[in-house]
Design a protein around this ligand. Structure first.
Ligand code: PGA
Length: 315
């Protein structure tokens, strides 16, 4: 497996050297159980000094600011959320990180009125168009009214539990962007898809649905969240995550533009915690995290936010 992957990589299938990302190293340890032999888009690259950003963060292939989102999902009570807010307000957060939390809709107002402005707020979903007679839905207009700057769309729980489809999710993204919300656009494969060697196919199809719908990528963060890693405690290895992130960035380069590939944050989600975030953050194409369970604990979430520092010492 590793041999064929290496052969694909060194085969250099890219038509020209990617000027946006300099040179970067390949993933050294491949999970033998995972079949990625059919397509690998990265060429062999090493970190080059030209990639160092002016703000001193190194080991980043993209040019966007580190981004960490906390997805609280359907958790919390007024009391537990008050405690979480007070822990977040007391935390010291590295300056060069965009930090966002995504509370359940019913607590957004509470969070907005008591959380530090240092942390922005996201909805966990939004309706596909303007609000109206759509029982049980939440509109983009309402999220904005409450002070949200972001919305998570295409999360695997909405895809696979609720049954949302690619095209519908793409339309939601387009509408949210048109109204000025940023979109955290989630993609990711199920375990059986990974085992069948379809990881890239699935991720690219989901990515294409966003690309086909959105007018601009300026306000989009891509979250790669392998379904098998979400809420399972089975985090992807840094190499597994990096491999997909490289492929996503190269897909953006080929199918959208070099500029979008460079500036779009590609964040990882799936069992990220305070103990594994630093190692993951060292990977060049991991531009941050989307965190579920561990974002419900203020100090641990702060540790994950501050894992940006492991990029700085990686040079
Ligand atoms: P998890 O969830 O960190 O609990 O695995 C991640 C997510 O669903 O965004």
């Amino acid at each position: 497996m590793a041999t064929s992957l290496t052969a694909h990589i060194s085969g250099g299938t890219q038509p020209s050297a990617p000027s946006f990302s300099g040179l970067r190293r390949i993933c050294p340890n491949l999970d033998a159980a995972v079949s990625f032999s059919h397509r690998v888009y990265s060429s062999t690259r090493l970190v080059s000094s030209s990639r160092r950003s002016p703000r001193g963060v190194v080991a980043m292939a993209g040019s966007g600011k580190f981004f960490v989102g906390g997805n609280w999902k359907c958790n919390g009570t007024k009391d537990s959320i008050a405690k979480l807010i007070s822990d977040l307000n007391a935390a010291t957060l590295e300056a060069d990180v965009d930090v966002v939390v995504s509370p359940p809709f019913v607590y957004i107002d509470q969070v907005k009125s008591s959380l530090t402005d240092r942390i922005e707020i996201s909805g966990q979903n939004s309706w596909v168009g303007k609000g109206g007679a759509f029982t049980g839905e939440i509109s983009v207009e309402q999220l904005k009214d409450l002070g949200c700057k972001w919305v998570i769309l295409g999360h695997s729980e909405r895809r696979h539990v609720i049954g949302e489809k690619n095209e519908f999710i793409g339309k939601k993204a387009a509408y949210a962007l048109s109204e000025g919300l940023g979109v955290i656009a989630c993609i990711g494969e199920k375990l059986e898809e990974r085992e069948a060697g379809k990881t890239f196919d699935v991720c690219f199809e989901q990515l294409k649905a966003f690309a086909d719908a959105v007018p601009s990528w300026d306000n989009v963060v891509v979250a790669y969240e392998p379904v098998w890693a979400i809420g399972t405690g089975k985090v992807a290895s840094p190499q597994q995550a990096q491999e997909v992130h490289v492929a996503v960035r190269d897909w953006l380069k080929k199918n959208v533009s070099e500029e979008v590939a460079s500036k779009t944050r590609i964040i990882y989600g799936g069992s990220v915690n305070g103990g594994n975030s630093a190692e993951l953050a060292k990977e060049e194409d991991i531009d941050g995290f989307l965190v579920g369970g561990a974002s419900l604990k203020g100090p641990e979430f702060a540790t994950i936010v501050n894992s940006v520092t492991s990029k700085k010492v990686a040079a």
